[in-house]
Design a binder for this molecule. Structure first.
Ligand code: ATP
Ligand code: MG
Ligand code: MG
Length: 363
């Protein structure tokens, strides 16, 4: 088969590369870090900055199909790369989802519930946005945010100076803070025959704005909510002409489901699918961008996935031999940093999956 070029060499790229390799594809990766997580398992890595247009063209020339593992790819450079390799996901998907205002506007225009929001292009616009959205609210930079970086809670006028400081640095969006009973997510894709394929809905628990644990399937999900989520995932996939997988982050509220954000790529909350589904989100992504049919997705066993942040990796590795039930993943990052995603564990067997992924010292 063909060569797949992945822009970005982090853990998502790594697991994409592992899937693609298993299916017999050749894989190239563009990433500035020497021996990046994905570069270690790919056939080749072009070591250059993502903004390096020549390097991207080089990747495209050596690839038949291009994809990306994060949203902050230069759109113009990607457009240029299309002369050398297919870009099945297109640029429109990225244009909409890389910026929080275009993303929320897209959702609203397709009748999908979101938190109320207002644009905050600069610090002077904050008051007007507050008047529209009200307290409590969350101010977020429109692009580049992840794991809660570039966010400011605004609970009362006392928080305005902090909000103005953030808005003076980058264009922002002000979002109403929704009250939710829990966070859910779902992965969706469309195969080569435009069949929408949906992974099970999962429940996500965060700590310090970072995903901590994913429970698959989401416990006690009502049939009503399941239907609502299937419908909105299908609407979104169709409206985006989706290729590749897309993660949809959701809040379960008293008034029903609200979409938080979209990710046009594999998502942290979909890692459980490697062991728990008939094929994983990474397999589905590769099949979809290669325009191949995808069989209906089945959850073969309940599972819990837990992220290993910073030193958790060392702790888990030390405890691993006492946990035959663990599926242990180390992303091969050169340096451990606090709160950095270093690996994850998935457990599919046992009577208490949540307990099984606990590490010593967990609360
Ligand atoms: P990710 O790593 O998921 O890309 P991010 O930096 O893009 O994170 P969000 O997902 O927007 O940030 O927010 C992080 C978390 O903050 C959410 O999972 C949720 O717990 C909380 N949060 C974000 N927006 C809202 C909101 N409008 N109302 C209530 N809680 C919110
Ligand atoms: Mg995000
Ligand atoms: Mg998020």
């Amino acid at each position: 088969p063909a060569t797949i070029g992945i822009v970005g060499g982090g853990q998502l790229g790594r697991m994409l590369a592992q899937s693609a390799k298993q299916m017999g594809y050749t894989v190239g990766v563009l990433d500035p870090t020497p021996q990046a997580p994905a570069g270690q398992v790919a056939d080749f890595q072009i070591q250059a900055e993502y903004e390096d247009v020549d390097a991207l063209m080089q990747l495209a020339k050596r690839s038949d199909v291009l994809t990306y593992e994060f949203e902050n790819v230069d759109l113009e450079a990607l457009t240029q790369a299309k002369q050398y390799a297919a870009l099945p996901q297109g640029t429109e998907l990225l244009r909409i989802t890389r910026q929080r205002i275009t993303e929320k506007t897209f959702l609203r225009d397709h009748g999908i519930p979101t938190a109320n929001f207002a644009a905050v292009p600069d610090a002077q616009s904050l008051n007007q946005a507050i008047a529209k959205v009200g307290y409590p609210a969350i101010l977020k930079t429109t692009t580049g945010g992840y794991d809660g970086h570039g966010q400011q809670d605004l609970n009362s006028p006392a928080d305005l100076p902090a909000g103005e400081a953030l808005a003076s640095k980058a264009p922002c969006i002000l979002e109403q803070r929704k009250t939710f009973s829990r966070e859910l997510s779902v992965m969706v894709t469309q195969d080569g025959n435009d069949q929408v394929r949906i992974f099970p809905v999962v429940e996500n628990r965060h700590a310090n704005h970072i995903l901590h644990t994913t429970i698959a399937p989401a416990p006690n999900l009502s049939a009503e909510l399941q239907t609502q989520i299937d419908q909105l995932a299908t609407t979104i996939a169709k409206a985006l002409n989706l290729r590749g997988v897309l993660g949809i982050e959701l809040f379960e509220t008293a008034e029903g489901i609200v979409v938080n954000e979209l990710a046009p790529r594999p998502h942290n909350s979909g890692h459980y699918s490697i062991e728990a589904c008939n094929f994983s989100q990474f397999d589905a992504h590769i099949l979809s961008i290669c325009n191949l049919p995808i069989a209906p997705i089945k959850l073969q066993t309940p599972a819990v996935m837990r992220n290993l942040l910073g030193d958790d990796l060392t702790k888990a590795r030390a405890a691993w031999s006492k946990h035959p039930e663990w599926h242990f993943h180390d992303y091969g990052k050169a340096e451990i940093r606090p709160a950095r995603k270093m690996g994850h564990i998935t457990v599919c067997e046992g009577s208490d999956l949540l307990k099984a992924v606990q590490l010593e010292g967990d609360k």
